[in-house]
Ligand binder design. Structure first.
Ligand code: FES
Length: 150
């Protein structure tokens, strides 16, 4: 991706207005901004801060604290890893560090992919994967990283 920012103040303000009235609006706003722009651009921090009557430092602190919020565009392929209860019981905690340690991919946490009986489960694009053990997780990482290079 080029260094060009793919967002506008108008769009950001519209998104902020949609959530600003509610209690605990900061995280929903940041998530909505990320959903719209692919990351939380640094330039939106003062806009969010002003809308919610917070300091820039407070907003920036939340952006950098939450692992799922990105401060820059991330072009790596995404592996959605289920960490809901059934997949927890089936050992997602064992394979998650393998996926998270590989910098060729980006791991997003999701809660249930509908494969509860076949967990641990993950999704890449439209494809779902179940019964992931260490070897399966490594294959998934390699295949995902390879596809992204093509
Ligand atoms: S709990 Fe993981 S797929 Fe349902």
């Amino acid at each position: 991706m080029s260094g060009q920012e793919l967002w506008t103040v108008d769009e950001a303000e519209q998104i902020i207005r949609r959530h600003a009235g509610r209690k605990g609006a900061l995280l929903p706003i940041l998530n909505a901004l990320q959903a719209a722009f692919g990351h939380v651009p640094g330039g939106v921090v003062p806009i969010v801060a002003e809308a919610l009557n917070l300091s820039r430092a407070e907003v920036h602190g939340v952006v950098t604290f939450y692992h799922d919020l990105k401060t820059a565009p991330d072009d790596r392929p995404v592996v959605k890893l289920c960490r809901a209860e059934a997949c927890q019981a089936r050992g997602v905690g064992r394979i998650a560090p393998l996926l998270e340690a590989d910098e060729r991919i980006h791991v997003e946490t999701v809660y249930c992919l509908g494969l509860c009986a076949s967990g641990p489960a993950a999704m890449v694009g439209e494809a779902v994967f179940g019964r992931l053990d260490d070897a399966g997780a490594r294959q998934l990482i390699d295949a995902t990283a390879r596809e992204a290079v093509r």
